[in-house]
Design a protein around this ligand. Sequence first.
Ligand code: SAM
Length: 473
Amino acid sequence: MIKYDPKSLVAEEFINDEEIRKTLEYADANKDNLELVDQIIEKAKERKGLNHREASVLLACEDKEKTKEIYDLAEQIKKDFYGNRIVMFAPLYLSNYCVNGCLYCPYHQKNKNIPRKKLTQEEVKKEVIALQDMGHKRLAIEAGEDPVNNPIEYILDCIKTIYSIKHKNGAIRRVNVNIAATTVENYRKLKEAGIGTYILFQETYHKESYEYLHPTGPKHNYAYHTEAMDRAMEGGIDDVGIGVLFGLDKYRYEFAGLLMHAEHLEAVHGVGPHTISVPRVKHADDIDPTDFDNSLSDEMFCKIAACIRIAVPYTGMIISTRETPKVREEIIRLGVSQISGGSRTSVGGYAEEERPHDTEQFDVSDNRTLDEVVNWLMRAGYIPSFCTACYREGRTGDRFMSLCKSGQIQNCCHPNALMTLKEFLMDYASPDTKKIGEELIEKEIDNIGKEKVKEIVRERLVKIENGERDFRF
Ligand code: SAM
């Protein structure tokens, strides 16, 4: 029997199958125990989070009234920690060469239908210019795993190219990286290249399913993949983003595993994950999502987001364009703090006029342009933020978390959101978006607590009107 130990560095000890099973039994036994459910909700109201057992009880509870309380609390916690800001980003696909055999991913090595493509540095430049012309400041780079075609040197070259491009008023100010699990040495190189968050989805925490779904290639190794974030932290990366590909295995198992992973990172490194992503399996070339019989309803998907929000209030939550505008709207209300917009999931897709389908990683369900997404968010009362200040000011890892926990981070985030939105309005917005945005900024300036900060923001907004860029707190 493998013993559960959140402080262990061994995958099967910190993501412990027996502990997850016991958690699910405990949740089943207590899902109608409304007294316990009430106690857990009360604890969550303290805004210090919940452990995987407590959160699993809430997820299992089917009582309508309690579910509403959970949703209301998630919404309130989200407002308290993230205000009405939504951080914007876009994925940038560098290469779809891959030596793995992941059953759910069209990049799997045996798929001969898709043309394989890897961007040259010249092509990276074209993509980045197209992304800057949309207004993006923050990217998540994506690549298949292929030591020959996509070695770490290639990824590092791309990062350098991305940061070097200054087209008109554009700039990519934060590059997050979503590449396969790698060595401490390579994580150190990524850190030195100035990356923001290192993102790696676990796909599934269920070891047997994991091995079945990743039959061939280096990704087959469950322990190496599951322990990747510890190596990333050892390599000096203190902002890491975890996630599950929902639909592959039972969502309740994944939910408990996800929270155990967060607890493990906190226990060992003193800082939990910076973000949690909640992708769902989508149709793609050679991939039929119905082949995986663990798909979950939109309602349950939203409930998972609400439970994550109250279980780990300081962890940002990300939703991509895999989801429809309708689901995105609901899930943003319940807890998501970062979304992608105007995304293309194909290698070289941004520089092409038409949405190219032949190399798309998966079907996108929100096809709107970035301007349309920004417009939609503002009409729904949110402030789209292009802020990248924290990591550039060294507010990462435990420094970021302690500012977040004390609530002080709001003093930076809110004004930074308004100033970066102003840049977007000046440089990239359509007339209608600009009009709504200017009104929103005017209204939101009043929500800046400190008079002195308010004054500085007003001065800087005028400077942005006059062509200056990149102010931050
Ligand atoms: N190759 C890297 C790795 O192995 O982690 C990461 C890059 S991959 C482009 C990014 C993520 O896309 C994967 O971690 C997986 O969760 C997700 N993905 C793969 N196939 C998908 C599908 N059919 N639908 C939705 N998401 C998918």
